[in-house]
Ligand binder design. Structure first.
Ligand SMILES: Nc1ncnc2c1ncn2[C@@H]1O[C@H](COP(=O)(O)OP(=O)(O)OP(=O)(O)O)[C@@H](O)[C@H]1O
Length: 477
């Protein structure tokens, strides 16, 4: 006899026993019956006895994979919400998961509480009727992606998840990130996965075009609209008709143009400079910025209503220093690619060099890294790149002291910082460094003593009054 239960059943399928254990413990808190399986085959074998209300499954497993499993489940019952987890997240996987109508996509490692909340949402959705899924044939395998975005760090997996989520939707996306982090690459991926993929992708860097030309660049102009307008010219909006317009550095757009942009977004029409007839366009806007847009709004430099309009979905692309585990992957990728492009021998990095490069600050992010790979492919003398083959500006300038002093690691960083500061023409080196040093030491000592001033002073080797005075001087709360 099978044991019948009133509670909705949730399947957890993962070949990793520890994950099954963690999840079944955590999901105990929900009023559902949790059943764990080592493989999709085992799970499906129990379908007839007790079909699940929701399924949480791993993506890569030795037998049937997560996507095939999801198809098998949806064939039996299209409305079953399936949450897929994966440790091997890349953009294709994320897009595929959503193309196969995953309920949600969770990159590993995940926050257990979030997964519990997700499972709860999934079950409630089916209990309340859920969304109707037709038996439509799935011919779309997630679109053809011509853009390769490299990244395995959790912060990148979040980027892939969002791209996958919005891939088929015609929504405006605001992409945030420092220079060279890949904002344009993300925009291209969004375009190439969208239904507009076979229409133009037009990019415009707002900051790179002189203010007085920007308007006609965006909207075009009629012949004779201004001196030099010898012929009618269409702008980027018209060029992008049917497709996507990528507005880079949107935060630099002058306020009067922001007003015009908002008008196009609202009514889909605009006038060429000097034009009388409204022109209708159908354009999806993707915008990018390295700036804090909310701050620009506070300073009155960016229209709040335009920000709301652009910021339907926000993607934050992390800088390289927040995803250091991706640095070796990117180095290898670009060394291979540059060698192929230039028709030269592919260089490999000495492991020490790879480690060294992985801890650099990379202010220019992936763009800087890829230029380094070009340089090395051309300039490094042998097949293996050693430390002395690195360009001068990346090489450690100091002679190592044998590492006898403590804090050797930060003395490297400090040395680089000092050299850089001086190279940029900065003065008062000692004063500036001292302030930073004290601030950091004080903050850490405070943290380590749970913000107990007396204890922090002791940890610092100071009297309490000294600490109080320094806190005031340095303006530390
Ligand atoms: N994750 C990644 N994987 C592979 N290549 C990348 C990645 N991120 C960025 N790149 C490459 O780095 C270069 C810079 O990327 P991109 O132009 O998209 O950056 P950006 O953030 O738009 O820069 P900016 O703000 O300066 O315009 C490009 O050549 C791009 O292909």
């Amino acid at each position: 006899m099978t044991h019948e239960t009133e509670q909705p059943i949730v399947w957890v399928v993962d070949d990793d026993a520890s994950i099954r254990w963690v999840l079944s413990e955590a999901l105990e808190s929900l009023p559902y019956e949790i059943r764990t399986f080592e493989s999709p085959e085992d799970a499906l074998a129990s379908w007839d006895k007790a079909p699940p209300r929701a399924v949480l499954t791993d993506m890569r497993m030795p037998g049937m994979d997560g996507l095939t499993f999801m198809e098998a489940l949806h064939e039996r019952r299209p409305e079953i919400p399936v949450i897929v987890m994966t440790a091997h997240a890349d953009l294709d996987t994320a897009v595929n998961a959503f193309a196969h109508e995953a309920f949600e996509y969770v990159p590993k490692p995940f926050e257990v509480d979030e997964v519990v909340a997700l499972v709860d949402r999934a079950v409630r959705k089916t209990l309340s009727g859920g969304r109707r899924r037709g038996t439509r044939k799935r011919t779309d395998e997630g679109g053809q992606l011509s853009v390769q975005i490299i990244g395995q760090a959790p912060a990148m997996q979040e980027v892939f998840r969002i791209i996958g989520r919005v891939s088929k939707l015609d929504v405006t996306v605001l992409i945030n990130g420092e220079t060279g982090t890949g904002k344009e690459l993300v925009a291209r991926a969004l375009h190439s996965l969208s239904p507009r993929a076979d229409k133009p992708f037009v990019a415009l860097n707002t900051a790179a075009i002189p203010r007085e030309l920007l308007e006609s660049e965006l909207f075009g102009h009629e012949k004779g609209a201004f001196t030099g307008a010898v012929a009618t010219r269409i702008g980027r909006f018209e060029q992008a008709h049917g497709g996507t317009l990528f507005l880079d550095e949107i935060g630099d757009m002058p306020v009067d143009l922001q007003t015009r942009l908002l008008r196009v977004l609202n009514d889909g029409t605009f006038f060429r400079v000097g034009g009388r007839d409204p022109i209708a366009v159908n354009v999806r806007i993707l915008a990018a910025t390295h700036q804090d847009m909310e701050e620009l709004v506070r300073q009155g430099r960016f229209r709040e209503d335009l920000l709301y309009r652009l910021n339907v979905i926000r993607i934050k692309v992390p800088p390289l220093r927040e995803r250091r585990e991706d640095i070796p992957l990117l180095l290898r990728h670009y060394l291979a690619e540059e060698a192929r492009k230039l028709g030269l021998e592919e260089k490999t990095l000495d492991p020490a060099v790879e480690r060294y490069l992985s801890q650099l600050p990379w202010p220019g992010n992936v763009r800087q890294l890829s230029s380094l790979c070009t340089w090395l492919t051309i300039m490094a003398p042998g097949k293996v790149v050693h430390e002395e083959d690195l360009p001068l500006e990346l090489r450690e300038t100091q002679v190592t002291t044998g590492g006898q002093e403590t804090g050797d690691d930060w003395s490297h960083a400090l040395r680089r910082w000092a050299a850089d500061y001086l190279a940029k023409g900065g003065n008062d080196l000692h004063g500036v460094a001292e302030q930073t040093l004290e601030k950091v030491l004080i903050q850490e000592a405070l943290k380590a003593s749970f913000y107990h001033k007396q204890k922090a002073a002791k940890r610092l080797g100071w009297g309490r009054n000294t600490l109080t005075r320094k806190l005031q001087q340095l303006g530390i709360e």
